[in-house]
Design a protein around this ligand. Structure first.
Ligand code: TYD
Length: 413
């Protein structure tokens, strides 16, 4: 297998799995553009020096985050509440300051920053490279949005434009999307006030390995972070991981808190979690060897289930077209012969096809109830609660069965 270089510490890395040619996960395309799709070699490695879990090759970020970006975070009510709760927590923590500045790295459609708009005490600045989602955040009341990639150079521009540094820098599900993590940490170190905090929340490597939720690995998710590796990287840039919290969002995320080195002491729960990560073997090559076997087994299993049902004449549809299912569908050889169509509520995906060679069309979720199918695969299994609450009485009435692909495959009515 090809050996690459760790994007964080330049160490030599060797992939533990090769997913083959994969498209960009959010690159839903019109039928006529089938042949114009972009593919890259999706190989995954864990660095033996800084333990950074990463894709060995990635497409040019401009091909992934642009004016037609298909991911609008506000499509989930659950996520809106999730981020509102975090913003309440931050407001409470900084309530004694006369004025605060918060900068969000990858502010998407404003789902988080809108909670700070129209509050005199707060200046909210979003940085978002995808023009279309950035534009939408203005409609949500976020006045200051810089359409760009966050990096060290940009922090200097922000400081001179706003004549201020930040009390809070936050990234909600974006650190794993940014190629140059070193530049992000250097930028945060540059722009964060002495008493400021840096918060990041991303899918957790611990949860992914434990639950085998490998659909988290795709072009835009070029890293899956662990506390072990973020601790090493942040220290290199004079920042310090002092606390963390785990939650069940996206199948398991970790929220990390950083400060300037020496400012806060590390919490017990943070130390405990790092110990837990080491116990699970996130810093050992053998863990990834086993992970590879589990991925291949799961992928073969889901293919067999869908293939057998289809062979029996059952009609199978999908519900939701999240980016994460691009890996599951393409790696598991699911295609339009097996899955009739997928229903989703994102305008930028409806009427297009699933990225890759599968040719599965995406239709509006408004049409789901008009469709007669026998089985429906819930690709956004992380939104199971919200979706089943909405659709289960209908599917029960029509005797449609659900297939939950992850973390464990489950089939029920
Ligand atoms: P999500 O799991 O949030 O993320 P990712 O794309 O990063 O894997 O994607 C959720 C997808 O599910 C998104 O395309 C919107 C869609 N969706 C629905 O169609 N209906 C719903 O009720 C919900 C909650 C999501």
């Amino acid at each position: 297998m090809v050996i690459g270089k760790c994007r964080l510490c330049n160490n030599s890395i060797k992939p533990f799995i090769d997913f083959g040619k994969m498209p960009i996960a959010n690159a839903f395309y019109f039928k006529k553009d089938y042949n114009k799709q972009y593919y890259f070699d999706m190989k995954v490695a864990s660095c033996s020096r800084c333990y950074c879990f990463q894709l060995v090759n990635i497409p040019d970020p401009k091909l992934m985050f642009h004016e037609n970006y298909a991911y609008f975070a506000s499509t989930s009510k659950f996520m809106q509440i999730h981020w509102r709760k975090l913003s309440d927590k931050i407001k409470k923590k900084f309530k004694d300051n006369k004025h605060n500045t918060i900068i969000e790295i990858g502010s998407n459609d404003g789902i988080f920053l809108k909670n700070f708009s129209n509050i005199k005490k707060w200046t909210a600045i979003g940085v978002e490279p995808s023009k279309n989602v950035a534009k939408f955040s203005k409609f949500q009341g976020v006045k200051n949005v810089i359409v760009d990639f966050f990096n060290y150079e940009l922090t200097n521009k922000i400081i001179s434009k706003f004549k201020s540094k930040a009390d809070v820098v936050i990234s909600t599900n974006t650190m794993h999307h940014i190629e140059n993590t070193n530049s992000v940490f250097k930028g945060v170190k540059n722009i964060l006030n002495m008493k400021g905090i840096f918060i990041t929340e991303d899918p957790s490597l611990f949860e992914m390995i434990k639950k085998n939720t490998y659909d988290q690995i795709y072009a835009e998710h070029m890293y899956i972070w662990s506390a072990i590796s973020l601790d090493i990287i942040s220290k290199k840039h004079g920042l310090f991981l002092y606390d963390l919290e785990n939650n069940t969002v996206h199948g398991g995320c970790t929220r990390y808190y950083f400060c300037h080195r020496g400012h806060f002491k590390r919490t017990k729960r943070c130390n405990n979690f790092i110990t837990k990560e080491k116990k699970l073997g996130l810093d050992k090559a053998v863990t990834y060897k086993k992970f590879r076997e589990k991925i291949i087994n799961h992928s073969n299993k889901i293919y067999k289930i869908v293939y057998d049902l289809s062979n029996k004449g059952k009609k199978i549809c999908g519900y939701t077209a999240p980016a994460k299912s691009t890996t599951l569908i393409n790696f598991s050889r699911l295609n339009a012969n097996l899955i009739d169509k997928v229903f989703d509520n994102t305008k930028a995906k409806i009427g297009k096809n699933y990225p890759g060679k599968n040719k599965i069309p995406v239709k509006s979720s408004e049409d789901f109830r008009k469709e007669k199918c026998d089985y429906v695969i819930l690709f956004a299994w992380n939104h199971k609660k919200e979706i089943l609450k909405k659709e289960r009485s209908f599917t029960k009435k029509k005797s449609i069965k659900w297939i939950i692909p992850m973390p464990k495959i489950k089939i029920f009515k």
